[in-house]
Structures are given as C-alpha cells and as structure tokens.
Design a protein around this ligand. Structure first.
Ligand SMILES: Cc1ncc(COP(=O)(O)O)c(C=O)c1O
Length: 478
C-alpha cells in the first residue's frame, strides 16, 4: 500500500520527508511505548506508566467547580447561548479584547503583580509550540542560530527549527554547579558559532527550566540581559512554568529584570507564555508571544492567523481569568499540591538512595541515576532507559533527549497522575532498584540483552510485592 521512501521524497517536499520534526528520539519513543501498552489501574495493571508528559492535573477539581458555578462563561449552556452567534463568528487575529486583558492581568498576577503587561502586546498562537515557531520566524532567517542552555525541552528542536530552518546551538551547563547558565559558557558558544560562520540571532532561555525544575536567579538574569545587549542579539524567555513555582526562591520574570535592574534595548526582549502548564490546559492551545518590539508584535500578529486560539476558548478563558478570587485560589492551591507531590516523591526516592537535582518548580524531577549506569556514557544511559521502559514499564525521559551532556539524568513527570498511580510507579522504582542492585553487575541480564521484555511472571512479581523488606543498596552505598 505505502509508497517507498524514495517515491515519497520525489512526490513530497524535503521538509515533509525529512526528520526535522525530531520524532526519532527516545523522548517520543517513550510516548509510543506508553500508547502501545498504557497502564490502567483496573484493566491493565501491568502497562507502562506515563511519566514522560509534563501535564498539570493536580488542581482540576478547582477548575471544574468554577465551570459549574459559571455556566454563562460557556456558549454551550442555556445561560450562555445568547452569546453563541457573536463568538462563533469572531475571527479577528487581534483576539477578543477581554481575552487579551484577562491574559495580561493573569500574567501579572502569576508574577506577584510586581510587573504589568500591556494587552496590546499580547499575540495569540497555538500553544507555546506555535509561539516559539512564530518568534523564530520573526527573528531569524534559515541557517541563523539561537543559543540554548542545555539540558533543554526536546520540542524546541521541532518548534524553532523544523519549518523555519534555524539552528539551535547548545550552551554547556554542568551538574557541578547545578546546571547554572554562566557567562563563560554563553561566550564560548557564541564564539564557537562565529568561528563556524553561523550568525547567532538570539538566546533562548526557559525559566523555570524544563527539565530541571529550577528558577534563574536575579544575578544570572541580569548578566544574561547584559550579554545579549552587548552582542545585540535577541533574548527569548520561555516562562510557561511561571506559576508552577511552589517554594523559595521566588520566580523572577525577565519583565521585572528589564523594569527594575538593568537598562537594555527592549526591542531585543520577547516572552513566550501559555496556559498549558500553569493552568494545566495544553488541550486549549492558548499560547502567547509577548514582545517589547513593535515590529515583532506586528509580524507575529499577522502570523497568528495560522494558529489562532478558538474564539470559544478565548471566551471561556476571558471569563475564568477575570475572576480574581478564583485565580488567587487556583494559583495558591496549585502550588501547594505541586509542593506536596514533589516532596512526597523526592522523599520516597531518597529512601531507595535516588537523589534529584534540588528544585522548586515544574511538573517533574530531574532524577540522578548515574550510579546505576554500567559506565558513564550515553550508550549506557540508553541501555538503562530501555530497561526502565521495557521492564519496569515507566516512561521516563533520558537526559540525552534533552541534550544533557552528562549521562545518567532522567526527567520524571509527577503531576500527570493520581496518587494511586504515583504509588504504583514508586513501588516499581523501589523494587527495581532493590532487585537489580543486589545482582552482581555481570549477571544483570538487561545490561547484556537490550531487547529483553519483562515476562508476565516478572511483572507479576513487581505487582505482588509492593514493599520490599530490603533496604536499598543505593542507600547502603551512600
Ligand atoms: C519549555 C516548554 N516550552 C514549550 C512547551 C510547549 O507547550 P504548549 O503545550 O503550550 O505548546 C513545553 C511543553 O512541554 C515546554 O515544556
């Protein structure tokens, strides 16, 4: 039935038949493994538990309650249907004024009202995914590059590069200083690009970081602004995890830094935001480009025709985010739930000797498993990852898929599941660590046989012994 790849390459565009999407990566392979065999607490206890998806499901109860109490906010209810015609016909690419006002206010609220946002600078896009592509399109030509500190969200390889033809150049960050972004590393990446005759158009930072779950401090932000200002390149700040910060230090937006701390050419500063993480609405595709540059606002707005947020969603969000009482409660309760989940998960991991990078934000942990690697290489990391996917049946994402140069780090999402599933996942981790580490390295069959799948008997074993009496060898070793 299917055409050969060669035929397809002749029939279709280079972009369509190339691998620019970046789908060929363990990050996406893990999702496929989950989709082929998804865990279900009743129907498929032995399935893969999804821990590779940065969703925020912990505070949906509050949203559902609000929806029930505000039937007018929807055009699909008896109370709201009188707005149906207007909303169904609306297609202006500026967006509903009440939507832009509400989002601008929400962005300010999430940043502790220390800074205000101008609704006229808010440009809509299909999620942060669309926002990144829009901004890359506005700022760079094919072949131009953005510097990006590693580890970074794998989707950037698709969002910024695929259709625009721009490149991403990694900026080295190391675990020895908690993956901080240093001026030395920025300069080294910039100079290397110049040696290679690559024109650097910007620096892309993610604050709070995915996958690290850490926030950038004021000093680092200030030095970043002075770096880009001096080089006259753009600074794109992905702040889509701003409201996931659950403990000190506080989140500091780039908007505050350029307002309070440092003079710079504001035409170079752009923020990417979305409601996918802070509100937990990735399905709504509400993405925002907020640029301080009028020409970028102008061009991005024209481009937003390709990825408008549906007017029905704008209408609902405008109403929801204008409700101060709801927003305040949501932000504070969501942070509490994330903190509780984070603390529980990290302390359970600690009991089996697994540590994570110290973090205070995000929907995930950056778990350090380097002690479980046979050798400190990316290949060994992939070997361990295959075991975790195929045998332990947890979809966690290996650090190499985030371009992390040091092997042994894994991102584990913790906010996309209920307590019961979380406990099932922790049980599997505990048993895996206990079992595998008491077996002498030579005999660990998974290190020799990569295609090994967990037999049902062994998985039953996992399921039936939720609490191993053994203390973890990792704990003993430390
Ligand atoms: C740092 C970062 N930016 C952008 C995105 C894409 O978000 P959206 O669902 O709003 O497109 C993600 C999603 O995981 C992300 O982690």
């Amino acid at each position: 039935m299917g055409l050969s790849l060669r035929n397809q390459q002749q029939l279709l565009s280079k972009i369509a038949t190339g691998n620019g999407h970046g789908e060929d990566s363990p990050y996406f392979d893990g999702w496929k493994a989950y989709e082929n065999d998804p865990y279900h607490p009743i129907d498929n206890l032995q399935g893969v538990i999804q821990m590779g998806l940065a969703e925020n499901q912990l505070s949906f109860g509050l949203v559902e309650k609000w929806i029930l109490n505000n039937p007018k906010a929807s055009i699909c209810t008896a109370e709201g249907v009188n707005q149906f015609r207007d909303i169904a016909l609306f297609q202006d690419y500026h967006g509903l004024p009440e939507f832009r006002n509400a989002v601008a206010k929400f962005m300010g609220r999430v940043r502790g009202n220390r800074v205000t946002f101008d609704p006229d600078r808010i440009v809509m896009s299909g999620g942060a995914t669309g926002a990144h592509e829009t901004i890359a399109f506005c700022l760079a030509d094919p072949g131009d590059a953005f510097l990006v500190p590693v580890p970074y969200y794998p989707g950037f390889d698709r969002d910024l590069r695929w259709r625009t033809g721009t490149q991403l150049i990694p900026v080295a960050c190391e675990s020895s200083n908690d993956f901080k972004v240093t001026i030395e590393a920025l300069n080294a990446a910039y100079e290397k690009a110049q040696e290679d005759n690559i024109r650097v158009k910007g620096l892309l930072i993610t604050n709070p970081s995915n996958p690290l779950g850490t926030v950038l401090d004021r000093e680092t932000l200030t030095s970043i602004v002075s770096f880009i200002n001096e080089k006259s390149i753009h600074l794109v700040c992905d702040e889509i995890y701003a409201a996931t910060v659950f403990s000190q230090p506080d989140f500091i937006s780039i908007a505050e830094v350029i307002e309070d701390d440092i003079e710079c050419n504001r035409d170079l500063i752009h923020i990417v935001y979305s409601l996918s993480k802070d509100m937990g609405f990735p399905g709504f595709r509400v993405g925002i480009v907020y640029s301080y540059n009028d020409a970028v606002v102008n061009c991005a707005r024209k481009m937003s025709s390709f990825g408008l947020v549906s007017s029905q969603t704008q209408h609902l969000i405008a109403s929801m985010l204008s409700d101060d009482e709801f927003v305040n409660e949501f932000i504070s309760e969501s942070a509490k739930s994330l903190e509780k989940r984070h603390n529980y998960f990290t302390s359970e991991l600690e009991k089996v000797g697994i540590s994570c990078l110290k973090s205070n934000a995000g929907l995930f942990l950056w778990m350090d498993l380097h002690k479980l690697l046979k050798e400190q290489t990316t290949e060994a990391e992939m070997t361990l990852w295959r075991v975790i996917i195929n045998e332990v049946k947890l979809n966690v994402s290996p650090g190499s898929s985030f371009h992390c140069p040091e092997p042994g780090w894994f991102r584990v999402c913790i906010a996309n599941m209920d307590d019961k599933t979380m406990k099932a996942a922790l049980t599997r981790i505990r048993i895996f660590v206990n079992k595998e580490l008491v077996v002498p390295t030579k005999k660990r069959c998974w290190q020799n046989n990569l295609s090994l799948r967990l037999s049902s008997t062994r998985l039953d074993d996992f399921m039936m012994s939720p609490h191993s009496p053994m203390q973890s060898p990792l704990v003993r070793a430390t």
